[in-house]
Design a protein around this ligand. Structure first.
Ligand SMILES: [Zn+2]
Ligand SMILES: [Zn+2]
Ligand SMILES: [Zn+2]
Ligand SMILES: [Zn+2]
Length: 434
């Protein structure tokens, strides 16, 4: 189900300009909004843009802490600074139960949401409830001005299976959560806009890393390509910055990726079908070898053959697979079982045991059942790089360090083959900023 959007490109551009305001709207922006051949509307370069050039900066229309299962709740809901103290000490002194710093608890911005939460009556006033914090960015839609409200309604909003669940689990945290149908429908619509357009990511505030979930109407217009020409990162809490990963020609569409760069074509397609209801037809998706990276490759099942098999067709989620050596063809069901086996076997090892054990497993065990180009093995190597780059008590010998360097070189070469340019992942690997 897709909720209708009636705003034309010109109207949308005007709303975006108002939203950017004097602080963010440049005199000659490098982008413009146009109808896209990929899907709906998109962003297009108004001039040639060089690698690493900043294409745009945008403030969030709605934002809040991500508050997912694995995140700490010791972040101020308004300014995202890190809070020190016990759960009770970091909660708003007025009784709304949001974690807040002293300055923000009495700020104008917090006043409205504070009143709202208190009106709904938190069931437990001595505990921060994760589902209640998770809907903070959503309920902030009630405090938008008329222009911002119009802009919110101009955004694509696809309903997935889960959009009602978030409100349900939040409402369970309160004695008297709103029963007003109009308000609840407005929340639903906002959740769908989030699920369709939002960005989630790390932002650094005062040297402390927070996970933020935010709606950026302009950046959210970027369409998906599996090897995109633009990167994004969060800057100082609620600002998103879009930069060029490679040179972009005037008139070219500026695109991002909604999936992981190093996933295989079927993994990307499966994810997109599930979350975005979108079937990508980019160049990479149409090349069964994925620019010669063979990220999907599995070993041939024919007796005696040591070749690799890759999916043949590119437009379906259940393709036949063919061996590049003996040309045997295998049905998708058989290869999907094999891929799942490789994925589970490798993922079960990740983060269990030491890095040294993981390296041995990757180098000695995996080659017996999984080609080295397969994306699951690539992700496992990436995991080793991350674990070795972070502070750890584990000690590494020369062989381990050599392996890490080899993995890095392999992945950088992969990104090169994909034509990923100066993508964020490459930066993370080569500069080890984590
Ligand atoms: Zn604060
Ligand atoms: Zn409060
Ligand atoms: Zn694609
Ligand atoms: Zn074969």
């Amino acid at each position: 189900m897709s909720m209708p959007v009636t705003v034309c490109v010109q109207e949308l551009s005007e709303l975006i300009n108002l939203h950017l305001g004097p602080d963010f709207l440049e005199k000659d922006p490098a982008w413009q909004i146009m109808d896209s051949a990929i899907s709906g509307r998109g962003l297009f370069a108004t001039r040639d843009i060089g690698t690493r050039e900043v294409i745009l900066r945008e403030p969030a229309l709605l934002a809040g802490p991500k508050a997912s299962q694995s995140t700490n709740l010791n972040t101020c809901c308004v300014c995202y600074c890190q809070l020190e103290g016990s759960e009770e000490e970091i909660m708003c002194p007025h009784g709304c139960t949001m974690p807040l710093c002293k300055a923000c608890s009495s700020s104008e911005r917090h006043t409205f949401e504070c009143k709202l939460f208190r009106k709904w009556k938190p069931k437990n006033t001595t505990k921060i409830s994760r589902p209640a914090i998770r809907i903070v960015p959503i309920i902030r839609c009630l405090f938008l001005n008329e222009m911002q409200h119009k802009l919110l309604y101009a955004l694509q909003a696809n309903a997935d299976k889960f959009f009602k669940a978030e409100i349900k689990s939040a409402s369970d945290c309160f004695e008297e959560f709103t029963q007003n149908r109009d308000v609840i429908n407005y929340f639903y619509r906002t959740i769908c806009a989030f699920n369709t357009n939002a960005f989630e990511g790390k932002s650094c505030v005062g040297g402390h890393e927070v996970l933020i979930r935010a709606l950026f109407p302009l950046a959210g217009l970027m369409n998906h390509q599996c090897t995109p020409n633009a990167n994004h990162h969060f800057d100082n809490g609620e600002t998103i910055v879009i930069t060029a990963a490679r040179p972009i020609k005037q008139g070219e569409e500026i695109v991002t990726t909604y999936t992981k760069l190093l996933w295989s074509t079927l993994a990307r397609k499966g994810f997109m079908a599930l979350t975005k209801q979108f079937m990508c037809c980019c160049q990479r998706c149409q090349d069964p070898t994925e620019n010669g990276t063979y990220l999907s490759a599995l070993f041939c099942r024919a007796q005696g053959c040591k070749g690799i098999v890759i999916p043949v067709q590119t437009k379906t989620l259940q393709p036949d697979w063919r061996c590049t050596t003996c040309e045997s063809v295998f049905p998708h069901s058989k290869m999907a079982r094999y891929q799942d086996f490789a994925l589970n076997t490798i993922n079960n090892r990740i983060n269990k045991g030491s890095v040294a054990e993981m390296i041995t497993f990757i180098n000695d065990m995996c080659p017996r059942f999984c080609p080295s180009s397969n994306y699951v093995l690539v992700e496992a190597k990436l995991n080793v790089i991350w674990r070795m780059s972070r502070p750890t008590t584990e000690e590494f010998n020369e062989d381990h360090l050599k392996c890490k360097e080899r993995y890095k070189e392999e992945i950088v070469a992969l990104l090169e083959k994909l034509g990923a340019g100066d993508c964020t992942l490459k930066k993370l690997i080569t500069e080890e900023i984590l």
